[in-house]
Ligand binder design. Structure first.
Ligand code: RIB
Ligand code: CA
Length: 313
């Protein structure tokens, strides 16, 4: 099997962690690098968590030193959602190995080595990718596709309109969406179909027993359960956005997409960070993004089950 060369750009992050576990378990992927970015928690923690995950999952890949802050706006984060340290309160040991270079340099190097086959999955703000394109515009034609957990064609999670990864750094998202590189946007609305109930979350605590990821995976899923219960009856479904995005990236049969013209609002006082999706072509603008409009929950949970079996070998 010819493996797909990929880079995972991420702000781990509890759902990022499940996504990276999924990717690491899939035989079709050749993970060349993980490139951390500031986002869910401050960069000192997202980068530490990325270095830790490489060792915890015994991954043979580089880790690139990424952006410590968004391009323009001040650093915010979603620490409460991701718990102390960004891993649901899991006690992350100090990684033994450090960075292999800057994220943008590694992305450039791997894009040149892959000769046009490199795909990038982004699970956090798009700051690293924007910096790469600003620093090395010549490599854009070498990026086969970018699949982003980003944005929403519906309501946001940071305000009525904006999804966190775009809200944190809208200018970076704007640069990437305008780059001309094929972009697939797995937004909150497209991912929502794969939401998991509290009973299903608890079911995974049983399924993961005896696997090499049991402690971290179950710590994160218990964190999900705690947050869903605290959220009350209207908040009882867990949408593991980054893992759904990674599952779709691994197997495109998991979802349906529609080519749309998407703009990012970078200046709005009410809706900065909104991804404005022209689902009906009203703008008459050339579509620039494949937008995920539906995803298959059964396929997603089957992929989680298969991943857990991988870690039991
Ligand atoms: O809005 C959800 C996204 O923001 C996910 O990637 C989550 O990890 C946070 O980064
Ligand atoms: Ca993330």
């Amino acid at each position: 099997m010819i493996k797909r060369p990929i880079i995972i750009d991420t702000d781990p992050g509890v759902d990022d962690t499940i996504a990276i576990m999924l990717a690491n378990a899939d035989p079709s992927l050749d993970i060349k690098a993980i490139t951390p970015v500031t986002g869910n928690v401050q960069y000192a923690l997202t980068s530490r968590n990325a270095l830790f995950l490489r060792e915890y999952l015994d991954m043979d890949c580089k880790v690139g030193d990424g952006a410590h802050t968004p391009l323009f706006i001040e650093n915010k984060d979603a620490g409460d959602i991701h718990g102390t340290g960004g891993m649901g309160g899991y006690r992350v040991p100090t990684p033994k190995k450090g960075f292999d270079g800057y994220a943008w340099d590694i992305i450039k190097e791997e894009a040149e080595k892959a000769g046009g086959e490199l795909e990038i999955v982004t699970l956090g703000p798009l700051t690293n990718i924007a910096i790469t394109f600003l620093r090395y515009p010549e490599i854009k034609p070498l990026i086969k596709r970018i699949v982003c957990m980003a944005g929403t064609g519906g309501t946001g999670n940071m305000n009525r309109y904006a999804e966190f990864n775009v809200w944190i750094d809208p200018e970076a998202a704007d640069i990437v969406f305008k780059s001309g590189v094929p972009v697939t946007m797995c937004g909150l609305d497209g991912n929502d179909f794969c939401g998991i109930t509290i009973d299903e979350l608890n079911g995974y605590l049983e399924k993961v027993k005896g696997s090499k990821i049991e402690d971290l995976f179950s710590h994160i899923f218990k964190h999900f359960v705690k947050r869903r219960i605290a959220g009350g009856p209207e908040d009882c479904i867990q949408v593991i956005n980054d893992a759904i995005t990674m599952a779709y990236f691994i197997d495109g049969n998991l979802g349906k997409t529609r080519k749309c013209f998407v703009q990012v609002e970078t200046k709005g006082t009410v809706c900065a960070g909104q991804t404005i999706v022209d689902f009906n072509g009203i703008s008459k603008q050339e579509p620039n993004v494949d937008v995920l409009v539906w995803s298959d929950k059964k396929m997603f949970t089957d992929m989680l089950d298969k991943m857990i079996e991988f870690y039991k070998k």
